[in-house]
Design a protein around this ligand. Structure first.
Ligand SMILES: Cc1ncc(COP(=O)(O)O)c(C=O)c1O
Length: 417
């Protein structure tokens, strides 16, 4: 077998199962699982209806590029959301969720020949697919710590100058999992300048782009509204890589963006996402995917068109997350240390005592609440594991369950003190 398979790390949830082995959670309390980033709001009925209406598509082999109608609906969405004009024929591809695409793209992009560029930069902590994709593509991951003292930004000055010429690709995740950090235009400019200077590809993972906290509407007047309707967190739609690249006047050169319906439309089981960007990269990726055999089912395409064409359900989805953050953050603020995320549905919180694994185990045992130790999402780099001392709390369950979990966390910290 491929010896590179042996380099793969166990997935964070496997480590969590090992951490909990032999532990009996408090049987008097119903379980609340906030460890996995799986959206759990109901799938909108109209998407299910479109899926059923599309069943006739089962009798056709799909083409890898997807239907014109699907690519056009994605282009229209990107136009509305990002203010960019994408060519649906050359700059967009449907993918079976962003996970497989993030993985597959590295296989197509890395030049693993002897003198090829074989370094892939990943944020740290990070979505574990980036690392597995790099390793199986024959690349070496370089982890760049995103730390609270740096506002969870990627600090490019920490990349050794002589490494850049070996860098094939950089993964960025904005809004970030787990930090919730959104990259600013200045952040993008810095990264694009580096890419233009050193010639690497930017793979921008934006699968949380639609989970943000809208400004109150209508906007409160200064001084007045703040008292009337306080909002714990507010924000604009996260800036996307395509918008930033266009605003900076550089086209989409060496840029590929990954997005997904999973979180936006509450369809993690549909396996539907998209990639968009540099036409030359897309052409090579399409060739790779043709052999990879990753065409999207016509049935899924039909449901995806319905989902990309509608925003009302996305607005409602955001409202539910905003409501949960508004309820949970005030409860937790005295026992855990965290900043309100810019976007996404995670709280990235520092735990008292600094032992994230012990915290997660104790919380599970005494309160039957599951959160993910931050160190499981990161690797040791530059002498630290930047996830150590943090837990990731995914506010994916319903409001009552999230509030109940927050109360139990408060109790747990109080009893441990
Ligand atoms: C950062 C990040 N990227 C990509 C994905 C993959 O999502 P999907 O394959 O459902 O589009 C996830 C899923 O949790 C994620 O957290």
């Amino acid at each position: 077998m491929n010896p590179r398979l042996e380099q793969l790390h166990p997935y964070p949830f496997q480590k969590l199962r090992e951490l909990f082995a032999g532990v009996t959670p408090n049987p008097g309390l119903a379980p609340v699982n906030l460890s996995i980033g799986e959206p759990r709001h109901p799938t909108p009925q109209f998407i299910k209806d479109a899926l059923v209406a599309g069943l006739g598509g089962l009798s056709n082999y799909p083409i890898t590029q997807g239907s014109d109608a699907l690519r056009e609906s994605i282009a229209a969405w990107a136009g509305r959301r990002y203010g960019v004009k994408l060519d649906p024929t050359t700059e967009i591809l449907p993918v079976n969720g962003s996970r497989e695409a993030l993985f597959a793209f590295a296989q197509a992009c890395v030049d693993s020949s002897r003198h090829g560029r074989r370094v892939i930069i990943s944020p740290n902590p990070f979505y574990q697919i980036y690392e597995g994709a790099a390793l199986l593509a024959g690349a070496r991951p370089f982890f760049l710590n995103t730390l609270p003292e740096n506002g969870f930004r990627m600090d490019w000055s920490k990349v050794p100058e002589d490494l850049w010429e070996q860098v094939n690709m950089v993964y960025v995740c904005s809004p970030g999992n787990p930090t919730g950090k959104v990259m600013s235009l200045d952040d993008w400019k810095e990264l694009f300048d580096l890419s233009d200077r050193h010639g690497f590809v930017i793979a921008a993972d934006e699968c949380y782009s639609e989970i943000y906290f809208p400004l109150p509407n209508p906007l409160p007047l200064a001084g007045e509204g703040a008292k009337v309707m306080p909002k714990p967190i507010e924000g604009l739609p996260p800036l996307g890589a395509l918008t930033a690249s266009q605003q900076l006047g550089r086209g989409f050169r060496n840029l590929i963006v990954f997005n997904s319906l999973s979180k936006r439309s509450n369809v993690p089981g549909l396996r539907s996402g998209m990639v968009a960007g540099d036409a030359a990269l897309m052409k090579a990726f399409l060739l790779y995917r043709t052999y990879h055999g990753s065409a999207m089912s016509p049935v899924v395409q039909a449901a995806s068109i319905a989902a990309w064409n509608d925003e009302a359900h996305v607005t409602e989805n955001r409202r539910q997350y905003a409501e949960k953050f508004a309820a949970v953050m005030p409860l937790l603020k005295d026992v855990l240390s965290f900043d309100a995320p810019d976007a996404a549905f995670y709280l990235w919180a520092r735990v008292p005592g600094g032992d994230d694994a012990a915290f997660a185990r104790g919380l599970y045992e005494t309160q039957h609440v599951t959160v993910l130790p931050g160190s499981y999402l990161a690797r040791d780099a530059a002498g630290v594991n930047p996830g150590r001392g943090f837990v990731r709390i995914a506010l994916v369950d319903n409001l009552d369950a999230c509030v109940e979990a927050a109360r139990r966390i408060v109790r747990f910290v109080g009893e441990a003190a």
